[in-house]
Design a protein around this ligand. Structure first.
Ligand SMILES: Nc1ncnc2c1ncn2[C@@H]1O[C@H](COP(=O)(O)OP(=O)(O)OP(=O)(O)O)[C@@H](O)[C@H]1O
Ligand SMILES: [Mg+2]
Length: 327
């Protein structure tokens, strides 16, 4: 791994899903595609924390899955430790999946219901050859303790555990590969509010003590602010703004970010934001608007926003913003 390279770099990644119809252009049939991720570039350094936020359907999960080669990448590149990961090369994907772990929203659905969690952890240790066979049992107990579960829980199946316990087991499974990067996709959204804080604090403690990089996907801007040093805001498959979390909260530059933050009740009273709200739902990714995808909802739109090229991320102060104008 090259010292100068970031841990993970995503360049101009595009993912589309075919949703209906035959793709036979010669015969005049064209399938319909959802452009779920539309040219995303991101970088995360070792040990850093990046929050990804945006409304439902903007492509957060698709992006996360595309990084791990789990969604159909149309174009673009993923580099890990400076090396290009080719989704078609099993070896390079296996190397990536040996160092990047994912934690999912629904802890029950992401664990095998028939398998006691100790067995699930042992399986990961075996597949990734992390410890000698005779050390597996001890390592399983260590992993459970690490996430605040008693080693006796190893015998339990997911339905014999609470949602919070189950998500702790999900975190233990992610840690079993000794990852350098964890991608957590709405990992507390399915839990009771009272349990959410415990799981978030656990994640933060582990991230800091193990110097893990974390990509934290969430609808909850307050949680991202608490957890992540950097933030990327997505809208209809595109990153429209990114930067240091505190700077983006203090001075959001993209009208979409401004609207999102204005909708958060507990923003800093010393920095009041314009009382503008997001009107309506995002347009369908099946039929993306011309120009800037945000223009139909943007309070500041001008002619160029609909008729000009789609704005790409450009540097603005410490961060980046994809907008024709400076706000
Ligand atoms: N397997 C699939 N087949 C077809 N379309 C899909 C598929 N998965 C996602 N999509 C579509 O791609 C777009 C992005 O979905 P994605 O799940 O990545 O969004 P998200 O930001 O994670 O949303 P949420 O916040 O609700 O989890 C949506 O329009 C969604 O309907
Ligand atoms: Mg999602």
């Amino acid at each position: 791994m090259s010292a100068a390279s970031p841990l993970l770099a995503v360049n101009d990644l595009k993912v589309s899903y075919r949703v209906a119809g035959l793709d036979l252009p010669a015969l005049g049939f064209k399938a319909r595609h959802v452009q779920a991720v539309n040219g995303v570039s991101l970088v995360i350094e070792a040990g850093d924390t990046l929050g990804i936020v945006g409304e439902s359907g903007c492509g957060k999960s698709t992006l996360a899955r595309a990084i791990l080669g789990l969604s159909p990448v149309e174009s673009g590149e993923v580099h890990y430790g400076g090396a290009l990961i080719s989704p078609r090369e099993r070896l390079s994907l296996a190397r990536l999946r040996g160092q990047v772990a994912m934690i999912f929203q629904d802890p029950y659905a992401s664990l095998n219901p028939r398998m006691p969690i100790g067995e699930a952890l042992a399986e990961v240790l075996r597949v990734h050859r992390k410890v000698e066979p005779q050390a597996i049992e001890g390592r399983v107990a260590d992993l459970l303790r690490l996430v605040g579960l008693a080693p006796q829980m190893a015998q339990r199946r997911p339905h014999q555990m609470s949602g919070g316990q189950c998500q702790r087991a999900g975190i233990a499974r992610a840690l079993a590969i000794e990852p350098r990067l964890i991608i957590a996709d709405e990992c507390v959204a399915a839990l009771d509010v009272s349990i959410q804080a415990q799981i978030l604090n656990l994640l933060l403690e582990l991230q800091q003590s193990m110097k893990l990089a974390l990509i934290f996907i969430s609808h909850d801007l307050g949680v991202v602010r608490h957890l992540c040093r950097r933030i990327a805001i997505m809208y209809l498959g595109q990153v429209v703004e990114e930067g240091l979390t505190e700077e983006v909260f203090a001075a959001p530059r993209h009208p979409y970010t401004q609207a999102l933050l204005a909708a958060v009740p507990d923003t800093d009273p010393d920095h009041p934001l314009a009382p503008q709200m997001l009107r309506g739902d995002p347009p369908s990714p099946l039929d993306l608007p011309s120009g800037c995808a945000f223009h139909p909802r943007c309070p500041h739109r001008q002619d160029i926003c609909a008729s000009g090229a789609r704005p790409t991320l450009r540097s603005a102060r410490e961060g980046k913003v994809a907008c024709h104008f400076d706000f």
